[in-house]
Design a protein. Sequence first.
Length: 300
Amino acid sequence: MNYRLSHLDELESESIYILREAFAQFQNPCILFSGGKDSIVVSYLAAKAFYPAKIPFPLVHIDTGHNFQETLDYRDSLVEKFGASLIVGSVQQTIDEGKVVEEKGHNASRNRAQTTTLLDTIEQYKFDAAIGGARRDEEKARAKERFFSHRDEFGQWDPKNQRPELWNIFNGKKQMGEHFRIFPISNWTEMDIWMYIKEKNIPLPSLYFSHKRECIRRDDSILAYSSYLNLKEGEKPEEMVVRFRTIGDLTITGAVESDADTLELIINEVATARQTERGTRSDDLRSESSMEDRKKEGYF
């Protein structure tokens, strides 16, 4: 009897192969864990890739200090579930040490400050590979990434100087002080992620499902109201029924009005959506090249 792999089976197999290659080629890898659905799927794939052993590298969370509490609670429960080790890099500590200056004003965000904290954490723990949940369909700068994406000794990325990846042969050779970002789910789409989550019954933070929340409308975004948000004159929080398609810092993560409170309804909603999931992220709207500029500096 012939057994034919499904589309999701093939993606899973590819991702597990890349995770095992990263483990084989590098001495001290880690998983960059944001608490979003993509890093959650990467963590579940890593658990499967090395089962019955535990995930053989730590989860690294860069905490802006402005995270959703639901994200932090989920992070801690997942670490306990897998028996994984967790390393937290603090953006607040980076600010207190004077390494970055916190933005001021109504559109202030700690998003860019994360880069310094991330690079400091990589340097402190001597990680030579950081595994992330970025996908090529998310954003045009991320579409330029390889599976094994080289970073120089300053943690910077040069999109014009990337190594070829022919026949799934990955080159992890590097000089002292350099490291790689590894993207095992590069070929997945947002729909693939949701279908895989449904198929594998992967629990998620409640933020992804429709719920009531106090929000404000700002420009073309709906932002969760919190003490971290600097309100403009005339802005008032209102109770709305929303969910989040992507999760990051509270001050820049936009919600969408939605009644989708099950995986089936979310999948239907994603199938008909005209806006990309990162279209609600105000940090990506600052300029046409905002993501690429941040990635060149060392961002996720």
